[in-house]
Design a protein around this ligand. Structure first.
Ligand code: MOS
Length: 745
């Protein structure tokens, strides 16, 4: 990067969302938009019990219904080679394994698919699906985390063993201590786009799948494992994704069912989940019970942190996330210990949901910090300053970059923190109590491997290709922004192609890695193209050569607006397009793999969220007045896209704090608010002004742009900021999410 870079590009003329217009005008194509010749429609029938066995399943009536092509159950399902357990088929196949759909009669959760009906039209398949009848041998199910926390066990694998540095449970001996429990219920991702798959066997062992996934490469590997096909025989497309928040981070049984159904009927098959099935069959953020112990000296130095969490997993598989890890590194504290447990429940396996682990963990930790600040009569920001970790206390490494203090400062200023009173119930506006709260977030700044191909064409356009997916944060926009900056091209001259296997392999979109990962590869490709252009510009016949410059280097040149000029004499110039033409080239092509680097530094993104809200004294209604979200995410590649990302996270965090709650009727083990009318998420009227502030300082170590991830920290820390503001307004500490009005009156 010769210019001092990304900031200039965005400040003056921010890049609009690439593909944004297609999305809002309805021309963007999602998996279920595929219309293939002879396509059949599938629908899944779910179990009506939460645990037990299918005693009998009667599919005759469904099979006789008009247009029905097949009804697949565990009785007649074609064998999925990857599901077989070898010599002993009686061995429980699902212990610790993903759910094997239609494998046997065992039921692990309510709405577990028991049949796939396939018909020639969508209406007919819905009709026929209602005619499948099953009888069950019921067993006693468990769906309530709160009554099962005693069954918590340490997950298998080294990453989740108890952690300890210094003395365990040291908080108990501290001069001032906080010991509290925090709870949040199951939350469901519920992106706008439903889970959907179109499966098409082009021949007996050649498969094309259009599906909702955050990683086409990962989906291909899962299909490979299940169907034992060579990778080159499987193509996976997910060019557009209508949101996911993590729910498309794995291949779900419904996708396997669609592929199986297509195989069985010998036609392409489309399967779209119903909204109800989005609550039961594609994961959730697990319910989590947390216990925090904080100990401090009278002047507010932390002397002990103990963080315990118990979360649900499914009855057939271990799901884990880094819930307690944030307590290991966020603050300087000599004595820290954490314990993480999971409890099998009769629900679908959870899956990471935006800010996985840390969002949950920070709710407890950052609420407890606020409680400690109150007990010490110290401003919560001041308390955090007193315990600022100058280096990573967990790994004993320097941070690659950390501007958390800057976040505290800029956010406090913007929200008007100095109007806040330490004493709750101090600010009133008519019938409303007014409060301020804040919460911090952090998430690992990851950089993985990606390969990007860049093709600079004779007309001066650059095509960038990578199989990486974009579930919504704006991957194509980010890639465009990097290319515009590094290559010196106008936005209109960059095209991006993503979301299919067959393109150069990119990472799964998850863990806020994509800008760092794919952006680096785009950077490297553009640098290589510039080298190539510089070499061409040195050749006989080029204006530089004519001007007696025989060996130009990239450093001697300006690359701007599709034109190369000599720094020393900008009148000597040539457009990229003319340069290719002069050399008789139709295209310049470079492919670069960029890899994650060795970690001599501890790399995290940081955020601080501030909330000003009001609580109605008579009704307990909470109205958020203002949110300020501040992020240290290194260089911001595309300010507009990044700000949108942050606003989305704030909305998610407000939902987590005030509304989201999948309510299970534990008598039957089934959700009772499995629709978007009863499962509340914030709507426009619930969301106030959200100000997004970036520190914007380059991380010198993570990648050539200096960018750290943003997707997770946008949400991590929002829920405690809301809960802390509720306390500041009302004096009521709500430790169980969501904070609904009934808890306040
Ligand atoms: Mo995210 S939970 O990394 O999709």
């Amino acid at each position: 990067m010769d210019k001092q870079s990304f900031f200039d590009t965005q400040a003056a003329d921010p890049i609009d969302r690439v593909g944004g217009k297609a999305k809002v005008t309805g021309t963007a194509r999602y998996a279920a938009d595929e219309k293939l010749q002879g396509m059949a429609y599938g629908f899944l029938v779910g179990s009506t019990v939460a645990k037990g066995r299918i005693k009998t399943i009667d599919t005759k009536e469904a099979e006789r219904a008009p247009g029905v092509l097949a009804v697949i159950t565990h009785m007649n399902a074609p064998k999925i080679p990857g599901y077989q357990t070898g010599k002993d088929p009686s061995k429980p196949p699902t212990a610790g394994q993903p759910l094997r759909i239609f494998y046997n009669s065992e039921i692990f959760y309510y709405d577990q698919p028991i049949a796939l009906v396939v018909a020639d039209t969508y209406e007919r398949v819905l009709h026929a699906a209602k005619l499948v009848k099953a009888q069950y041998e019921k067993a006693a199910h468990q769906t309530n985390l709160e009554t099962n926390t005693d069954k918590g066990k340490i997950p298998t694998g080294p990453r989740f063993e108890d952690y300890s540095r210094g003395e365990a449970d040291a908080y108990k001996k501290a001069a001032v201590k906080i010991e509290q429990e925090y709870y949040h219920p199951i939350e469901v991702h519920n992106p706008m786009e439903l889970g959907n798959t179109v499966a098409h066997w082009e021949s007996k062992n050649k498969l094309v799948v259009y599906t909702k996934t955050q990683g086409v490469e990962a989906t291909r590997r899962s299909i490979q494992d299940a169907f034992r096909l060579p990778a080159e025989n499987i193509t996976v497309h997910a060019e557009q994704i209508g949101g996911a928040f993590g729910m498309a981070l794995r291949t779900w049984p419904y996708e396997i069912a669609a592929i199986l159904g297509a195989q069985k009927v010998g036609r392409p098959l489309k399967l779209v989940l119903h909204r109800e099935q989005m609550f039961t069959n594609v994961g959730h953020r697990p319910a989590t019970m947390q216990k925090i112990g904080l100990g401090a000296t009278a002047d507010g130095k932390l002397t002990g942190i103990t963080h315990e969490a118990t979360a649900n997993t499914s009855a057939y598989e271990e799901f884990t996330e880094a819930t307690v890890n944030i307590s290991q590194f966020l603050y300087a504290c000599p004595n820290v210990n954490t314990r993480y447990r999971i409890v099998p429940l009769n629900v679908c396996t959870p899956i990471w949901m935006r800010g996985p682990g840390e969002a949950t963990g920070s709710f407890a930790l950052e609420s407890a910090l606020d409680e400690l600040a109150f007990a010490l009569n110290i401003d919560p920001i001041e308390l955090r300053h007193r315990n600022h970790a100058d280096t990573d206390p967990e790994r004993n490494l320097p941070w690659s970059s950390k501007y958390l203090k800057e976040c505290y400062q800029m956010g406090a200023e913007k929200i008007g923190w100095k109007a806040r009173k330490l004493q709750p119930r101090s600010l009133q506006d008519g019938d409303w109590l007014v409060g301020y709260g804040m919460g911090s977030g952090a998430f690992g700044a990851f950089r993985w491997a990606a390969t990007v191909k860049g093709r600079l064409q004779q007309d001066g356009t650059l095509l960038l290709q990578c199989s990486v997916n974009d579930m919504g944060p704006g991957t194509a926009t980010m890639m465009t922004a990097v290319a515009v900056d590094v290559m010196g091209l106008p936005t209109s001259k960059v095209r991006v192609q993503t979301g299919s296997t067959g393109l150069p392999p990119g990472p799964t979109q998850g863990g806020s890695n994509v800008t760092a990962t794919v952006g680096s590869a785009v950077h490297d490709v553009c640098m290589a193209l510039k080298q190539e252009m510089a070499a061409l510009a040195s050749k006989e016949g080029s204006p530089f050569h004519t001007a007696n410059v025989h060996s130009v280097k990239v450093e001697d040149l300006n690359f701007e607006d599709g034109v190369i000029s000599l720094k020393k004499n900008p009148a000597i110039k040539i457009s990229y397009s003319d340069l290719l033409q002069q050399n008789g080239l139709t295209v310049l092509e470079q492919t670069k793999e960029s890899k994650g680097q060795q970690q001599q530094y501890s790399m995290y993104s940081f955020s601080v969220h501030f909330v000003k809200l009001r609580v109605h004294t008579a009704t307990g209604r909470i109205k958020i007045d203002h949110v300020v979200s501040c992020a240290d995410a290194g260089t911001i590649v595309s300010a507009k896209t990044a700000a949108s990302q942050m606003i989305g996270g704030a909305v998610g965090g407000i939902g987590m704090a005030l509304m989201e709650d999948m309510v299970i009727d534990h008598r039957f083990g089934r959700p009772i608010n499995n629709n978007l009318a009863d499962y509340h998420v914030p709507v426009n009227a619930d969301i106030p002004e959200v100000d997004v502030l970036f520190v914007g300082k380059k991380d010198p170590f993570i990648n050539p742009m200096g960018s750290k991830g943003l997707g997770e920290i946008s949400l991590i820390g929002v829920a405690p900021a809301v809960a802390n503001a509720v306390f500041n307004a009302t004096g009521k500490r709500i430790r169980s999410l969501p904070i609904t009005p009934d808890k306040l009156i």
